[in-house]
Design a protein around this ligand. Structure first.
Ligand SMILES: [Zn+2]
Ligand SMILES: [Zn+2]
Length: 327
């Protein structure tokens, strides 16, 4: 499907700066009409063949630049339940990135002027959100020690207690990245998202962006959600058992009863630059504005900063010497 302008026939996209739909050609607001396409493999605007893979759910025509949504990838069983809509527009995200480059101490002076932008797109990254009712039981012994001295003898009293804890925890929407192409390490650094902004999915939020459906089914990724909540459960239990010098579990049972599995999409701006024949990628959390990416390092600047440090140390030593001579 495609969102087209009722006034001029141009492509209408979701504008995060005010939450309205905007025509890319005549700038009209909320004039969108939904046009469905017969086949998902060619652009309804210009007829060009679309470059999509098995997971593509929204794309941009490489020929005319129109944004399209692949109908069968946004409906059952591939469609998202929820999403966090983009909150930063392309212009706002570019400004955040420019500021972040300027602050980098070791970035080469000519990087800002010499880099060439290869690609700049807003991507919706697929996530599975797992919810559980957890019942945790911890049963074992705890030791408390008390030491004192009498004359030349030191005494230690060890008291052993039976410790039993049972807690119920509701885990809501524990996120696990369901995209193979997006490195987990990058997504970990993009987090956290503010999940209170999770919104019921509507196709309009995808217009103007690239998106993919989940690459793996929820069963395949559930182990990662469970290892996250195991860790949290351990911490909850530990917080109720302070004051012991040693704890020995005899029985530890975590029962995670699944209550919901939802497919959600999270917004990321992805920038690809080329500088001195090398490609650099930067990511901006499309909701919080958090920036992540590796910049090229300038060896000249690093040398300069080391020298400055050295000079300062020498001056300090000289000053100390002077003080010694005076007294
Ligand atoms: Zn228009
Ligand atoms: Zn096209």
């Amino acid at each position: 499907m495609q969102f087209k302008c009722a006034n001029c026939g141009g492509n209408v996209v979701y504008d995060p700066s005010d939450g309205h739909m905007k025509c890319m050609s005549c700038q009209s607001v909320d004039t969108e009409e939904v046009v469905t396409q017969e086949d998902s493999y060619s652009c309804p605007s210009c007829g060009a063949k679309l470059e999509i893979n098995d997971f593509t759910s929204a794309t941009k025509c490489g020929y005319c630049g129109a944004y399209l949504i692949i109908d069968e990838k946004i409906t059952y069983p591939y469609g998202p339940d929820l999403l966090i809509p983009f909150r930063f527009s392309k212009e706002q995200a570019t400004e955040l990135l420019r500021k972040s480059f300027k602050d980098k101490l070791f970035c080469p002076n000519d990087f800002l002027s010499e880099r060439t932008l290869e690609n700049l797109e807003g991507d919706y990254i697929p996530f599975w959100m797992y919810s559980y009712d957890t019942h945790a039981v911890w049963d074992g012994t705890g030791e408390k020690r008390r030491s004192w001295r009498q004359g030349d003898t030191e005494y230690t009293e060890i008291s052993t207690y039976h410790v039993h804890r049972e807690i119920d925890i509701d885990f809501n929407q524990v996120p696990v990245d369901a995209s193979i192409a997006m490195p987990d390490a990058v997504m970990d650094l993009m987090e956290p998202y503010e999940y209170k902004d999770l919104t019921k999915f509507e196709p309009k939020y995808m217009s103007g962006y690239i998106a993919e459906t989940y690459n793996q089914p929820p069963d395949a990724l559930e182990a990662r959600a469970k290892s996250k909540i195991d860790l949290d459960t351990e911490q909850w239990l530990a917080s109720t058992m302070s004051g012991y010098s040693a704890l020995k579990p005899m029985q530890k049972v975590f029962d995670h009863k699944p209550t919901a599995r939802e497919f959600a999409m999270m917004p990321v701006w992805r920038y690809v630059y080329r500088y001195r024949n090398k490609q650099y990628e930067y990511y901006i959390n499309g909701q919080t504005g958090k920036v992540y990416g590796k910049l090229p390092k300038s060896t000249t600047k690093i040398w300069f900063s080391t020298t400055t440090l050295f000079v300062a140390l020498v001056l300090l030593l000289k000053a100390l010497q002077f003080l010694v001579e005076v007294f």
